[in-house]
Design a protein around this ligand. Structure first.
Ligand code: MSP
Length: 659
């Protein structure tokens, strides 16, 4: 077994969320590092998974009318399928609803309780019902609307607390003594700043009466574990802490590297080391916080932004490897990065189509024309050849250091710098002239250096673009897998006489942008309140004929095209130009929309605020007498008039899918 050990983790993703580019980034970063460290000959363990407990999951499952576990089992597939598609090579996938995890959570809590670090106390203060979090006085003041609507309430209840305050001085010393523990430095300073204020103890339970979907406390089954306390423990439960066989824990834990987004540093850099200290486990080796992907319009990327798969469609359109490359190249350590199709295409065109792709296509073309399509003899004629070889070797040493420092964007630059140097070398050497003059040694030396440069670029980029680099190896007659870094980055691996057959362009240049893909539009429209006159008839006309479907019935696919979601009415007013219409502002999760509906004869605006309704969320926007309507609410036509379709559970969050 290798001496060096590398244990890397991603956050466990909320199972309820739709995966987006932010999730993909952390998983691709961890995967890239895992693949590099395997290439360096280390013993690697890469862990990812899903965070499956908590109120939101409970509510979403209830809103769908399914068991919580069934809901999680279905939702987890979204992540697992994405990781497969993105060629993620995790060694384990932990789900917090697995028995192996829950057992460890209970053991952890019991130990901490036995040590006197968890105690029962009374929480008195503000509480955000929807988010299931306690809020400070100051935060509650800033949420006056929510307080008025009963979404943020004053609460006094018994709960269990973890003594954060006890470990505060220890943690401050630990961070000072271990300057690399939290990276980058800005985040370390942020945490040290936070630790300057006295910490309140952390509430680590929720009454089971309010929240069923969690791990019961081992010492009081009237309570379940607070979701963060449960989630963080995944990093040790997956590798078998306190199980029958703790060898994996003993081997991997000391090298643990947690990759996280900058928004979750507090639980990771404050709660987690203290929790570990409480049960006698050393802190992880490092916690590294990356920045956020920001949409090109500058808005924070969130799951409501733009709809349409949240930039994951870039991988479908331009290929998984180009997508992985973009993620690794365009985000600098610790900083935010912008994403849109243009930025993506610019990067692919300049680095992959121009620099790398061009070097490959011109090299294999010359190999075919000048040396019979086979790797030529290895030759080095002068300092131009030597200079190029030295440049490549230097860059590769540096690239490895940069990977070890978790700076893949700089490592890529270093690798690309020798690819560009090789393109310049070709221009300087002009092998086409040497060929015409019959200087076969010059031709061979030049082409051997170009092929080796390509091979080593392929080795060095292989952890980022495994499939494309494998194609590259095939085109130039290199071994199919690079083996270990040490040998693979030594000049001269290619054997003279091996066929270098070339092949299709690895990264064709992208011309015109195609724009964001359309989200599927409903093919069948339902008669509805607030719908522009004639729209139903038009939609019917447009509906394509489905052979074999009896008239009047729709297929399950047609139904699936209609996106029904729960929504909350935030504001309602009379339409300025139409007596029958009301204009409403609604919340769909974090998204805000305006809808117009013909319900003025049945509802007063002030009675609507706070109602949890059902809307068709993917209806084409329409303007009704000058007011924009982005969706349609559902109502039943009763004998006496009209009644809104609402959710049975009055706390059901907005934005839930209905199926
Ligand atoms: N379940 C918790 C983590 C528990 S770990 C013990 C959680 N889950 S999450 O699904 O909401 O977020 C997972 C990660 O995605 C976080 O690291 C978060 O920073 C990251 N991102 C969410 N949006 C992001 C971007 N737009 N860009 C980059 N990463 C972002 O938090």
């Amino acid at each position: 077994m290798a001496d060096s050990v590398f244990y890397v983790t991603t956050p466990i993703y909320y199972v309820n969320d739709e995966p987006h580019i932010g999730h993909a980034y952390t998983s691709v970063l961890a995967d890239t590092l895992a693949r590099y460290h395997r290439l360096f000959g280390e013993d690697v363990f890469y862990l990812t998974g899903t965070d499956e407990h908590g109120l939101k999951v409970q509510q979403a499952a209830r809103a769908r009318g399914v068991e919580e576990q069934t809901h999680c089992d279905e939702m987890v597939a979204h992540f697992q399928e994405l990781w497969e598609k993105l060629a993620i090579t995790n060694d384990d996938f932990i789900r917090t609803t697995e028995a192996r995890h829950e057992r460890v959570v209970r053991e952890f809590l019991q130990r901490s309780f036995d040590n006197g670090d968890i105690y029962k106390g009374v929480y008195k203060g503000w509480y955000n019902v929807r988010e299931e979090v306690f809020v400070t006085e100051k935060e509650a003041k800033a949420m006056a609307d929510d307080v008025a609507a009963g979404r943020v309430i004053e609460l006094e209840e018994e709960n269990y607390f973890f003594r954060l305050s006890k470990y505060q001085p220890w943690l401050v010393d630990y961070i000072h003594e271990n300057p690399d523990f939290i990276a980058p430095e800005a985040r370390r300073n942020e945490i040290l700043g936070f630790l300057r204020e006295p910490l309140s103890d952390l509430c680590v339970s929720r009454p089971a009466a309010r929240l069923k979907w969690g791990v019961p406390l081992p010492f009081d089954d009237q309570y379940v574990t607070y979701v963060w306390f449960d989630a963080l423990i995944n990093y040790v439960s997956a590798i078998g802490w306190h199980t029958e066989d703790t060898s994996r824990f003993g081997r991997y834990w000391p090298s643990a590297l947690h990759l996280i987004g900058k928004d979750i540093i507090k639980p990771h850099c404050v709660y987690w080391p203290m929790m570990l200290k409480s049960v006698g486990i050393a802190p992880p080796r490092q916690i590294l916080a990356h920045g956020w992907w920001i949409a090109a319009d500058g808005a924070k990327l969130s799951k409501t932004l733009h709809g349409s798969g949240l930039f994951l469609w870039l991988a479908d359109r331009y290929g998984v490897d180009a997508f992985r490359y973009f993620l690794m190249r365009n985000m600098a350590a610790g900083q935010d990065a912008g994403v849109d199709e243009q930025t993506f295409v610019d990067r692919v065109n300049s680095d992959l189509a121009n620099d790398l792709g061009n070097l490959l296509s011109r090299t294999v073309k010359m190999v075919r024309q000048y040396v019979g399509g086979k790797v030529p003899e290895r030759r080095s004629l002068d300092e131009t050849d030597e200079g190029l070889r030295e440049k490549i070797e230097r860059s590769l040493v540096r690239a490895r250091e940069l990977i070890e420092r978790i700076e893949p964007h700089n490592a890529i630059e270093e690798i690309l710098s020798f690819v560009r140097a090789t393109n310049r070398y070709i221009v300087e050497r002009e092998p086409w002239k040497a060929y015409q003059k019959g200087e076969s040694e010059v031709v061979e030396a030049t082409l051997y250096h170009c092929l080796e440069s390509l091979r080593m670029a392929g080795v060095a980029l292989w952890p980022i673009m495994p499939a494309k680099c494998a194609e590259l190896f095939e085109q130039i007659g290199a071994p199919a897998a690079p083996g270990l870094w040490e040998e693979a980055t030594a000049f001269g691996v290619l054997q003279a006489g091996t066929p270098a057959p070339g092949g299709p362009s690895l990264f064709p240049r992208v011309g015109k942008l195609q724009g964001q893909p359309e989200t599927p539009k409903p093919r069948v429209a339902k008669p509805a309140v607030g719908k522009p006159a004639g729209a139903v008839a038009k939609a019917k006309e447009k509906a394509p004929e489905e052979p074999g479907v009896p008239e009047g019935l729709i297929t399950i696919d047609e139904f699936a095209n209609v996106q029904l979601r729960t929504a909350e009415i935030l504001e309602a007013r009379k339409h300025p130009n139409a007596d029958k219409l009301l204009v409403m502002r609604i919340a769909l999760g974090e998204e805000r929309r305006q809808i117009v509906a013909g319900i003025a004869a049945h509802y007063k605006p002030e009675d609507l605020v706070g109602k949890r309704i059902v809307v068709v969320a993917n209806l084409q926007p329409a303007t009704l007498r000058g007011e924009k309507s982005e969706g349609m609410l559902l109502a039943a036509h009763t004998p006496g008039g009209l009644t809104l379709i609402t959710t049975e559970d009055p706390t059901c969050p907005s934005g839930c899918k209905i199926s």
